[in-house]
Ligand binder design. Sequence first.
Ligand SMILES: Cc1cc2nc3c(=O)[nH]c(=O)nc-3n(C[C@H](O)[C@H](O)[C@H](O)COP(=O)(O)OP(=O)(O)OC[C@H]3O[C@@H](n4cnc5c(N)ncnc54)[C@H](O)[C@@H]3O)c2cc1C
Length: 341
Amino acid sequence: EDNLGWIIENKVIRHALWQQAELDEGIHFFNDNKLASISQGESEIFASFANDTSLDGNSSPPTPPIIAKLVVGADGANSWVRKQMNIAMIFKDYDHHAIVATVACPQGHKNTAWQVFLPTGPLAFLPLKHLSSKYLSLKQKTLDENAGSLDNHCSIVYSTSPEDAQRLMTLDETDFAKELTAASDGKLGDITLKSERFTYPLTMRLAQDFVKERVVLIGDAAHTIHPLAGQGVNLGLLDAAALAQTLTVKLSEHDESYNEFVNSSDLKAFSRWRKSEATEMIAAMSGIKQAFTPQQSPIKLLRGIGMNLINNFAPAKNLLIAQALGIKADLPEIAYQKDTL
Ligand SMILES: Cc1cc2nc3c(=O)[nH]c(=O)nc-3n(C[C@H](O)[C@H](O)[C@H](O)COP(=O)(O)OP(=O)(O)OC[C@H]3O[C@@H](n4cnc5c(N)ncnc54)[C@H](O)[C@@H]3O)c2cc1C
């Protein structure tokens, strides 16, 4: 394969998904409403909106509740839906904070993602590209125009210990950029900082169950992983594909009068399927992180890295390759490469 993957900017994916959703007549948007509660009926679920109160204190007429067969919580790591349903989570602090920023690399990124494994954690340089406006929302287009040329710009994700992240955040722009140049052995040239820096604590999260009654969790609402292999979005998209497959297979098995739509054992099977995939990916991320974590002494460090690479990195790498090539078992149909079936 020429490429095992592609780097696509988040804003491009969001814009494409939004455009597609707007074209679908079956999708209704409730942009100005906020959900207040979810309650279970015998064979339905009710999602109620908060009463809108304007600044002058007048309430607008309440939006009627949505009555549905299923609610899908795709509302990110701090999922409101998950909290409403009291679904328990397993947490593990990765003991890393990620610094995210845009930088310019005068030697050019060669349309390639670069990753340096430093003793404190991985530093990724993800290539950015000037995009035609059809891939961007109007707001994003204006922001990009104001930012100027994106030639040779990269987005960095610098995962490091919380203490080191704090130190890096207090450096001025020039010193921070110097550290990046040194960390990348000058391979991308004398790096300069082109944006504000943001920092995020990194936490592994796994919902105990991805399904409770008539509520399903997908994406970061169900799991969060270390970003070192850039697999968070893929994992969420595969949840969505697996759920769509579960629902369409079951719908085609029943006629229109079938009341259940999808029964709880189908949803439990979906939950087991996706939870085991998320657990496997969490283990793979820990394996990669472990593989590059240095031991104490220099000799131990060399021996340790060699053994760690074989024991931890190789299985994780094989999993990522199989997933990227669409030849891994247990992928939803849509994710298989057709000519490998
Ligand atoms: C520093 C960092 C770097 C990362 N880098 C990568 C990478 O390179 N590649 C990769 O694949 N993944 C990466 N990830 C992970 C990736 O960002 C997530 O896995 C992905 O965004 C999850 O998508 P999601 O749609 O499930 O959740 P989100 O992207 O969090 O989207 C949830 C959406 O729900 C909306 N929402 C939340 N609550 C409500 C509410 N009450 N009402 C209405 N809307 C609501 C939010 O506004 C948001 O738009 C990174 C994560 C971090 C922290």
